[in-house]
Unconditional design. Sequence first.
Length: 366
Amino acid sequence: MTDKIINAAVIGVGVGTAHIEGYLACPNAKLAALCDADPKRLAQAKEKYGVERTYTDIAELLRQDDIEAVSVALPNDLHAPISIQALEAGKHVLCEKPLAINGDSAQQIVDAAAKSGKKLMVCFNYRYRPDARWLKQQIGDGKMGNAYFAKAGWIRNSGIPGWGGWFTRKSRSGGGPLIDLGVHILDMSLWLLDYPKVKSVTGITFAEFGPRDMKHFGGRLMSQQANRAPGAVFDVEDFAAALIRFENGSALQIEVSWASHTKAGRDDYFVTLYGSEGGSDLYVANYTNVDTVVFHSEEGGAPSDTRPALPGGPRVPSGHALAVDHFVNSIVNDTEPDATGEQGLALMRLIDAIYESARLGAEVRL
């Protein structure tokens, strides 16, 4: 523990709300400033959170010498340019997922971090949930044995975000649910497996509902062509799946959707692991944090299930709050964040390969 306080700022107060609340809860951080291009939204955030200094110009914010760290919580296509700008200005950077819209842009951020000597962390907030941390500990203790196969996914019935905005425009988002939801589940799976090196991928994508303006957040099921904004674009997938083979012989199957004909209201993610000495099911339905994980093994030749008593309910800090706290403490203690830029880069190279495999209709080897 230390009394050192890090002056931080959040760039983007939409998605950045979770970062704001994380800094406010962190004992080693002071939320010194907010930045957003929308003056109205910025004023609302200033009043709500009591932050005195606000900026609509990112360059002006980054010229402030007292700001030591920033969260970049902007549309995906802005992650690389703004993160690089912040690193070059001498700021530590916590970047929202995905690190960038593709591997080449992610590489540029990682290179800028190495040159600057500042911390770069990707906000993979689902890693920090108690259930994921508990499962990571079981694997680290050797209880899984050889984890040879994993199944993971995030399936929504209805939840295409921001139809016609940046989420559904590939040039700005980089893709659909694979890069939006899949990036979380891929990271969690790879993190649990110690980020094995990818050998090959076979991917497939579909766009069955988005092009018909169906299944937005809010449950719209019928076409609403007349409500489309002028110039609105949907050129991403709304469902993706892949089989990923690793160089160590293990494999991962993943499926993700923004929209599908499944159980009403479904918005669930899962990671199932099969190991030589044990297995596990982590299943989170509609963002719950209660009774979400079980470990399977054998005792005396009979199946045995372990369900941990983990903290749950609304009082448990959010994954974002815990990620922000970890980021701040990595600066205070000069340690490497555990969600590194290099892992964010590896994940983007993998997502690139899945999209390329889907485009080619063939396996892609890395």
